[in-house]
Write a protein that binds this ligand. Structure first.
Ligand SMILES: [Zn+2]
Length: 135
């Protein structure tokens, strides 16, 4: 997930080349799905999809990269355990901070994604299960 308050500093850059358009959708599959989002969230990764609040966000490199970090986390946890861990850690952090927003920001998956969302080479050299460093 990606919270809009934290992504205001993200640079918008075009990642598409109009001359190289393929008829096949490119992985990860970017889907604009505004009905899916509450007012505070703009992106959601559920492998192999990245859902976005607005199709314009497809051009926001930091949001897309943040969600791509979550896709990597989901893959290396064999998908479902990621969501289970995410939910359990959210509840633990909620008890710890007594605040849902602070709980969300302190989930290790989010800490890793927010810390590295502007480091576009991050996934090239990232170690397996590197989110453990953000616990
Ligand atoms: Zn996130």
């Amino acid at each position: 997930m990606n919270n809009k308050d934290l992504s205001k500093n993200s640079m918008s850059m075009s990642v598409t080349n109009p001359k190289k358009k393929s008829i096949l959708p490119a992985f990860p599959f970017l889907v604009a799905f505004p009905q899916l989002f509450s007012k505070n969230f703009r992106g959601l990764a559920v492998f192999p999809f990245i859902f976005l609040k607005d199709k314009m966000l497809k051009e926001d490199r930091a949001i897309i990269f943040h969600e791509r970090i979550h896709l990597r986390q989901q893959l290396e946890m064999l998908w479902f355990p990621f969501f289970l861990w995410y939910g359990i850690e959210f509840i633990i952090r909620w008890i710890q901070f007594k605040n849902t927003h602070q709980a969300y920001l302190n989930i290790c998956f989010e800490r890793e994604a927010y810390t590295n969302e502007n480091n576009f080479n991050y996934l090239k050299n990232r170690k397996f299960w590197n989110f453990l460093k953000y616990l």
